[in-house]
Structures are given as structure tokens and as C-alpha cells.
Design a protein around this ligand. Sequence first.
Ligand code: ATP
Ligand code: MG
Length: 267
Amino acid sequence: MDLSTPGHPSAEPFYQVQGNEQTLFEQAWRHRMPVLIKGPTGCGKTRFVQHMAHRLNLPLYTVACHDDLSAADLIGRHLIGAQGTWWQDGPLTRAVREGGICYLDEVVEARQDTAVVLHPLADDRRELYLERTGEVLQAPPGFMLVVSYNPGYQNLLKGMKPSTRQRFAALRFDYPAAADEARIVAREAAVDLALATEVVTLGHALRRLDQHDLDEVASTRLLIFTARMIGAGMPPREACLACLAEPLSDDVQTVAALMDVVDVHFG
Ligand SMILES: Nc1ncnc2c1ncn2[C@@H]1O[C@H](COP(=O)(O)OP(=O)(O)OP(=O)(O)O)[C@@H](O)[C@H]1O
Ligand SMILES: [Mg+2]
């Protein structure tokens, strides 16, 4: 089970700055504060962390949290091989040893026992306790813990405990302003700015349709998919159905209502 994606890509991941998030993140890292990023799906949280890891020249270990993710998945475990039992570091332990970033995506999904591990690491002790081996690791200055979650998905049972939340500096992300989003869509979908602007204008109109109880509105990610398909020559209506309306809802009437908006824009 490979939960981590170590290292960082050689080219700097493109990231369109929204406000003071770069400075905040950098200052938090310098002052050894963990950071929490909250925001809706596909708004750039993961891209931002990749970008910052590259900027600060730090190895990045990303863990996609799920409801079965335990402290051992983060820390490591004993494995049995041909030569007997050996210890394998988990992604959190590797990030601590190397002085890199450990990024826990959708952290509210993880099992409660992970909090026990994260608390001493996320406060001024900066210690990781490897219960199974008896080791206590002191995190080096480069180490940073970053977590993210989507407040929209959260149910009442799953919120982060105040004692966990209050160990982090927090950043709120949202979908970019139209001009920035068009620049992102153009760049990521490799289409011209005119087409990207058209898709983003449609996206913003769809986001305003709040009478249909969608779980989430159209993300930047979906706008990129749509623009990419249109750019590749797919008829706009088909691209919008496949990359915008259908991913947003399973309800036939809601999809039809979304397509009405599409038809106004691309009709
Ligand atoms: N500010 C930005 N600069 C550059 N690209 C962006 C930006 N925001 C979004 N994107 C693009 O949108 C895509 C989705 O962003 P990302 O994967 O970072 O979302 P996320 O917030 O991590 O979503 P999720 O909560 O679903 O994991 C990225 O692959 C990237 O192409
Ligand atoms: Mg993400």
C-alpha cells in the first residue's frame, strides 16, 4: 500500500497566487508552525502545497487520508521479509527524518488515533513518538506538517477537535476570481485565453445556481477539464455535459437545469 508520493517534481508546479498565502505559508514554515488549509474541492489546495514544497526546496510526502487510516499508516510498521522482521518508516516518519513537508489531505477522514501522534508533533515539542520501536524523533527545522480538508463534506461527527485545530495556522481557500481563474484554465488546459474566459464565465453562472441542492459547485478542476475537451475539438455542449453537468449531479432534472445555463452561454 503506497500512501505517499515522496520527492518533488523537477519543474516548478504552476500556481496562480490569490493573496498573501505564499508569504503566510513561508512565514509559518520559518517559525515552525503547522498549517491547515480549508477549501472546496478542486480549488488549488494540493497544487499550492506542491508549489510551496518546490519553492522552499523541501521533500513532500502527501497522504490521502481515509476513514481507515491509522497512526501506524503514518508512522510505519514492522514487516516480515525473507531476513525476518524489519521496520519500515511511514510517510510522516520519513518527512520528519528528512526535514520535509508531510501533507495530510482530507485529514478529518483519518482515524482518531492519529491525533495522538499529531499533537506532540504539531505543538512546540515537535516530537514524533514511534511507539513500536521506542524511538522519539525531534523534528528538524525543515519539517512542516500541513493538513487540508473540505469544510463542505464535513459532517457533525467528523469535525476536528479544537485541541487539534488550535495547533495550526489556518488558511481559507476558495475558487479564484474570474480573471485569475481564466488564466489558470488557459494555462492548465492549454487553450487560448478567450476560450478559457468563456468557460470560466459559464462556470461562474453555474456557481450562482444555488436553488438546486448540489453538494458542491463547479470546481476549477472541472472548468479545466471542460476547456481541455473543447480545445481538443469536442462540441462545447458535449464537453459541458460530460465535464460539468454530469460530474455535479446524479439527478436528471438538475443536470437538465445546468445544461439550460450551458445553452445560454454556448447556444
Ligand atoms: N491557483 C491555482 N494555480 C494553478 N492551478 C490551479 C490553481 N487552482 C486550481 N488549479 C488547478 O486546478 C486543479 C485542481 O486543484 P487541486 O488539485 O489543487 O485542488 P484541491 O483543492 O486539492 O482539491 P481536492 O479538495 O478535491 O483535493 C489543479 O490540478 C490545477 O490544475
Ligand atoms: Mg487535493
